[in-house]
Design a protein around this ligand. Sequence first.
Ligand code: SAM
Length: 468
Amino acid sequence: MDALPLFHRVRGERCVLVGGGEVARRKLELLLAAGAAVTIVAPECDDGIEALAGQGRVVLTRRRFRAADLDGAVLAVAATDDPTTNRAVSRAAKTRGIPVNVVDQPELCTVTFPAVIDRNPVCVAVGTGGTAPVLARLLRTRLEALLPARTGELARLAGEFRPRVKAAIGSATGRRQFWEQIFEGEVAELVHSGRPRQARERLEALLANPRAATVGEVYLVGGGPGDPDLLTFRALRLMQQADIVLYDRLISAEVLNLVRRDAERVYVGKKAGHHPVTQDNINQKLVEYARAGQRVLRLKGGDPFIFGRGGEEIEHLAEQGIPFQVVPGITAASGCASYAGIPLTHRDHAQSVRFQAGHRRGDTVEQDWESLAKPGQTLVFYMPINGLRIICEKLIEYGMSAATPAALVENGTRPGQRVLTGTLATLPASVAQANVGAPTLLIVGTVVALRERLAWFEATQAEAGKAT
Ligand SMILES: C[S@@+](CC[C@H](N)C(=O)[O-])C[C@H]1O[C@@H](n2cnc3c(N)ncnc32)[C@H](O)[C@@H]1O
């Protein structure tokens, strides 16, 4: 380690910032966030700093820096583009034993500003010793994704209970185990999902009886169309803490891979070989596992509330009094359209978009064809493959031009994505010849023509293929 990481309490303390430009303003924001009493020394300042001085939030000394400005300060920061001033600030601070930071000049610093992930009172700081601030910022972005937004609330709750836990649990090992149970279990989840009252009640119950049975819960989570990068932070967090996962056919291997390694995996796809799992059966299993105290992840393709029967599942849970939370996912229409380079709405083409179920019942696909054939909209058909020919014929029959562009997206957002384009008149025949596999999505409308210019995903895939 080239430097010792420390957190510096500056609340109410005099900190001197030399410089009045944009860089100085960024440092000023940090100092004010930490509650410092800031004095700025600069002959001229930008409007933002002037405004803060006008509100009395900083003291402004409008002249060049003098060494005596640092008297009584606990921190000096130089953020000017004048090397002589920067050196003078560094020298004066070092003489007085005051920590000093000079922006972009590590050799003049005794302290550097890290990139900060602020979940007050939890604070993560990433430093590179002034060598690569941009790298520190990139790392911060990644860490931001790992730390749930309410981590600070969890720390505050723990802080409040700490003396009582210390009094109640004699051994240090016992206390460590207790807190691990809190931070990795139900209490943490209740805080993260915005239920502080229940979190507190649960913590009280566990403190009274550390072996109190855990209450099971069901997480109904949208796993998106396939690319694991499209998962939400919350989906990923719940996937990492579930005890058991019930997943569908549409869940890609890459997404399933992100579920906690030792969670039990139960496949409940509608095509489960010789033992198809019925919806009633799934509903029953969810209740059963949750009643046994398990954290049950119900992982569904796309968004659970779009052609996913998620509503039925949670209706059943609500009837049975099982706690649940629902996490939206990127639905196939959004995922496939984005990755195919087909904007679903566009000022010159479509002012609305409609999501339809395209499956065939016998010889027909039941739809309100008259309203679907109207211009100015994009139509997205889920489960279109068996009814494709009928859908295209009906749209033409009800007045849509046979030349209307249409695309069938196969395996959207996944490495094997394929997009077949044509018109309402030609697409069914080209699809019939192309040996298409599930899942597929049909997009109809003049927006499809934009793909010619906007397709991007296949190119990145080809590039990735060359690189491996
Ligand atoms: C039962 S629906 C579930 C939809 C899902 N809940 C959603 O929001 O995307 C299944 C249909 O979604 C579409 N679908 C889902 N993932 C897809 C993908 N990666 N590529 C193409 N179509 C997909 C297909 O039309 C598939 O038949």
